[in-house]
Design a protein around this ligand. Sequence first.
Ligand SMILES: [Zn+2]
Length: 70
Amino acid sequence: MAEKEFGLNDIVQMKKPHPCGENRWKIIRMGADIRIKCEGCGHSVMIPRREFTKKLKKVLEKAPATTEAE
Ligand SMILES: [Zn+2]
């Protein structure tokens, strides 16, 4: 297992910044695909989890633990 741990609502940095110049992304959906939203311009992209973990540089901010009860 990699050391990279990420979860919903975490702020992450990717290896390549968004073309808008921002390199802070918020994880807004977890699953087989990860959806991240650029904190600069609000654009969101969906990336397969495997690709996401490859492109992830580091987690900048961990979101407070949330209860997943629904
Ligand atoms: Zn952007």
